[in-house]
Ligand binder design. Structure first.
Ligand code: HEC
Ligand code: HEC
Length: 411
C-alpha cells in the first residue's frame, strides 16, 4: 500500500545561542537500541552498544544543503511567514511558537483554520538531530518535513504554485533566493531548504546534563544525581531514552490510551478519520480505528500498532503537554504514568495490549524517588530559547503599469 505523506513538517532551525553552524559535518546521532523488540529497527537505531547518555555534538549538515548565514537568515523569515500556507494565516511558527517551547501548548496542536490537528505539536529545538521526524517518524529529512507541513491539509494547507507566486512578489525574497540559490524567481523547493537550514541552528548543547557528562560534576544537584541513578537503574528509562538525544529513535507502545477528544469533539473526530484515510489505513481499519496506530501506518505490520518514536527528553521543560496526543500536563504526571506501569490515574491504558512494550512495568518508586527523577529530566533542558518574530517583507507588484503597457504595445 502506498504511504501518503500528508502534512509533514519540515525542519529548520535558526541561529540560537549555542552554534552558528556553517557547513560542519559533525557526528550524527548514535543510538543504542537496548530493547530487542519485534520491530524492524530503523537504520539509525541499529548501532549497538551499552545504553548510555552522551553529550550532544554538532548537528549533521546534509552535503546537498550546506549552511550559510544568508540561507539561515532567509529560512528564519520563511519560518515566521504565514504566507507559506493556504490562506496566509498559518505558517510554521503558528504551531511552533518560540514562547510555547517552539511547539503548541495544547494537547492537540492547533490546525489549519477550520481544523484541529490530531497529534501534539513537537518542538523543533534539536530537530536537526532526528534521523526521521514526527511522532511516528514519517518524514525522513527536515527539507521533506517542511514541504509536507506547509502543504498538509490540517497544517499549512498551502498549494505549491501559489506559495511560489507569493514569494516572487516579495522583492526581499526574490533578491535573497537569487543570492542564496541562484533562482531567477524563487523556487518553492528552495524555501524548504532554507527553512531546514534555519532549523539546524536551533540546537541546545549546553544543558546541565551536557556539562555533567563532560566532567563538570557540579552541573547537577545531588537530587538530580540520585535521579540519574534511578533513570539508569531502578526506573529503567535508559533502555529507550539513551544516546546524545536521550532517545534511541526506535518505536514503542508504552501504554498511552487514545484521546477522549476523538469521541467527544467533532473537529478532532474529523481529523482523526481524515488521517486514517490519508495514511493508507486498510478499509477495515479506516472504519474501525479507535486510536492512533502510530508506526503501523508506515510499516503495516500488526506488531507495530500503537508504537511511537521515543521522544527526546531535551528541552521538555518547555514543551508541555506530553505524549503523542498531549494527554499529560506535567513531567510529574509522566513519571507517575511510568510508575504505574504505563497507565493513567483513572486506569486507562492502550487498547493495543499485545504490542505494549515488555520494558514497561510498575516501578515501585517512592515519592522522593519520583521527585528525583523529575529533577533529573529537567537537567536535559538549558535556558529557554526565545526569539523575537522578525519583521516580514512586503509584497510589491512585479511590473509597473508603464512596463505592462509597454509590453502590451510591443506585442
Ligand atoms: C497546524 C500546525 C502546524 C504547522 C502549520 C506546522 N507544524 Fe510542524 N508539527 C505540528 C505537529 C502537530 C507535529 C507532529 C505531527 C506528527 O507527528 O504527526 C509537527 C512536527 C514537526 C516537526 C517534527 C519534530 C520531531 O521531533 O520529529 C518539525 C521539524 C516541524 N513540525 C517543523 C515545521 C515546519 C518547518 C513548518 C512550516 C513549514 C511546520 N512544522 C508547520 C504542527 C504544525
Ligand atoms: C520502552 C521504551 C521506553 C522506556 C523504558 C521509557 N520511555 Fe519514555 N517514552 C517512550 C516513548 C515511545 C514515548 C512516547 C509515547 C507516546 O506518546 O505514545 C515516551 C515519552 C516520554 C516522555 C514524554 C516526552 C514528550 O515530549 O512528550 C517523557 C518525559 C518520558 N518518556 C520519560 C521517561 C522516563 C522518566 C522513563 C523511565 C521511568 C521512560 N520515559 C521510560 C519510550 C520509553
Amino acid at each position: 500500500m502506498k504511504k501518503r505523506m500528508k502534512y509533514r513538517h519540515a525542519v529548520l532551525m535558526a541561529s540560537i545561542a549555542t552554534t552558528l553552524l556553517v557547513g560542519c559535518n559533525a557526528n550524527a546521532t548514535k543510538s543504542n537500541s537496548a530493547a530487542a523488540e519485534k520491530a524492524p529497527a530503523p537504520a539509525a537505531a541499529m548501532a549497538m552498544g551499552p545504553a548510555k547518555l552522551e553529550p550532544l555534538g554538532l548537528p549533521p549538515i546534509p552535503a546537498d544543503n550546506k549552511q550559510s548565514p544568508a540561507k539561515i537568515a532567509l529560512g528564519k523569515l520563511l519560518f515566521f511567514d504565514p504566507r507559506l500556507g493556504g490562506d496566509a494565516s498559518t505558517g510554521c511558527s503558528t504551531c511552533h511558537e518560540p514562547d510555547q517551547g517552539w511547539a503548541w501548548a495544547e494537547d492537540f496542536s492547533r490546525g489549519y483554520p477550520g481544523t484541529v490537528h490530531w497529534r501534539n505539536s513537537q518542538t523543533i529545538i534539536n530537530s536537526a538531530y532526528n534521523p526521521r521526524n514526527f511522532w511516528a517518524g514519517s518524514a525522513s529529512s527536515l527539507e521533506k518535513q517542511a514541504r509536507g507541513a506547509a502543504r498538509g491539509g490540517v497544517a499549512g494547507n498551502g498549494e505549491g504554485d501559489l506559495m511560489e507566486a507569493r514569494l516572487a512578489l516579495i522583492p526581499v525574497y526574490a533578491k535573497a533566493f537569487k543570492e542564496v540559490f541562484g533562482d531567477e524567481t524563487p523556487l518553492i523547493r528552495n524555501a524548504w531548504r532554507a527553512i531546514a537550514s534555519f532549523e539546524r541552528t536551533l540546537v541546545q548543547r549546553d544543558t546541565p546534563i551536557d556539562k555533567y557528562l563532560q566532567g563538570d560534576k557540579s552541573a547537577l544537584s545531588e537530587e538530580q544525581v540520585r535521579g540519574k541513578a534511578l533513570f539508569e537503574g531502578k526506573a529503567g528509562c535508559i533502555q529507550c531514552h539513551n544516546g546524545p538525544m536521550a532517545t534511541d529513535f526506535n518505536y514503542y507502545n508504552v501504554g498511552v490510551p487514545p484521546s477522549p477528544r476523538w469521541e467527544t469533539d467533532g473537529l478532532a473526530q474529523i481529523t482523526f478519520r481524515f488521517e486514517q484515510y490519508a495514511k493508507g489505513q486498510t478499509q477495515e481499519g479506516y472504519r474501525t480505528a479507535k486510536e492512533d496506530w502510530g508506526y503501523y501506518y508506515r510499516s503495516k505490520n500488526s506488531w507495530d500498532k500503537g508504537k511511537f518514536r521515543t521522544p527526546s527528553l531535551r528541552y521538555t521543560k518547555y514543551t508541555p503537554p506530553y505524549l503523542h496526543n498531549g494527554q499529560l500536563d506535567t513531567l510529574e504526571e509522566v513519571v507517575d504514568f511510568y510508575n504505574r506501569g504505563g497507565k493513567f490515574e483513572d486506569g486507562r491504558t492502550t487498547n493495543f495490549t499485545k504490542t505494549k512494550s515488555k520494558l514497561i512495568k510498575p516501578l515501585g518508586l517512592s515519592d522522593d524517588e519520583k521527585d528525583e527523577l523529575v529533577a533529573f529530566i529537567e537537567a536535559f533542558s538549558g535556558e529557554e530559547i526565545l526569539m523575537e518574530k522578525p519583521e516580514l517583507p512586503d509584497y510589491a507588484p512585479l511590473f509597473t503599469k508603464a512596463e505592462l503597457e509597454a509590453a502590451q504595445e510591443a506585442k
